[in-house]
Design a protein around this ligand. Sequence first.
Ligand SMILES: [Zn+2]
Length: 441
Amino acid sequence: MEGDKSTTILMARDISKEESIVDASIPMRNATESTSDLESPVHSCVESILRSDGDDDDEDLIFQEVKMILRKRRGWGPEDSLSANDLDLLEYDDELVEEDDAGCPLPSTPEDTQLIEAEMTEVLKAGVLSDEIDLGALAHNAAEQAEEFVRKVWEASWIVCHYKNLPKWLQDNDFLHRGHRPPLPSFSACFKSIFRVHTETGNIWTHLLGCVAFIGVALYFLSRPSVEIQIQEKIIFGAFFAGAIICLGFSFAFHTLSCHSVEIGRLFSKLDYCGIALLIMGSFVPWLYYGFYCHYQPKVIYLSVVCVLGSLSIIVSLWDKFSEPGLRPLRAGVFMSFGLSGIIPAIHYSLMEGWFSKISQASLGWLILMGLLYILGAMLYALRVPERWFPGKFDIWFQSHQLFHILVIAAAFVHYHGISEMAMYRVTVGECTVPHEPITF
Ligand SMILES: [Zn+2]
């Protein structure tokens, strides 16, 4: 009983201290927010865990330390959260808080304070039980332990935020207003965010499921006995499968980890773009292989051109500025021109086989459908439709990027169907009647 009383007195003292610190060190935060900060579940959890062990002086010290960090972490501080134009507008800050409140209630977001508290208590309990949080050591090495401790609490308790509250490096699409993930500087927190609802949930799941589906198809195809599908067929289709799986896998990884930090976000966005280039290259390989099956020279030339264009796209993708929001049309343009360069071999092929031959219609029909799906996807991506027309209405579902993701998967499956038909045609027609043409220049 006595212990509890002294803790209450300690708490009361801390609160008065904290108020003065808040006023002095964070002038941007308004009074309401400072108060709610003190009453936050994070605060009470810290309080309860510290109450359970150690003597009062140590507790006081650790408690101060933890609170300082919590206050720093909560809301990211005005200097990180707001764009430069907003920094000096105090009234604007009030409006921001209001918008924030409106932006948070999402189905799976533990906005409810009891939920947050329960979640954090779990983390704390697990930490103490697994010796990750050592209360004895906490007393001796307060700053380090408190930082670690707060990190765990933070990871379990983040809530989605408004676009304007994101740090500059996470501000990508201003037509999506609410439901953004805050920066989560830990891989495990990023991966756990897959199971929460926010602006990236749809992007993550579309390409995660697409990737898994292509892995399944590839395993089925490649494990067929060689009497059914020959080894060279497997290699040629393997290039397409590799492109699709790498593209969808990198895209999934990028959307999961984009909020980790500036460096990780940038690295994975580069891998994401490289994946698109690899998918386009991998898609050309079987098409050119079967399309020019008995025409060795154009086949080699077109494949070489595809390798050169693919490498150029990868080099552009590795450029730091390429992922900037302003260069969205350039990105769409680069990959669209690379994909549309396929028009040249397609025309060549049609002239060779005859425009209205059965085989031309079969293989070109699917190719054209694939092209249309990719073009539609790239247009939605570049123009940010439909959220451009209804800002804030497609924050979570059916935003342009998700539609683009779905169209990419659809186009990849259409292409798989198209090249399968071309391969089947080759099987029924049999080998080339004349030996492969020698390369002549
Ligand atoms: Zn994407």
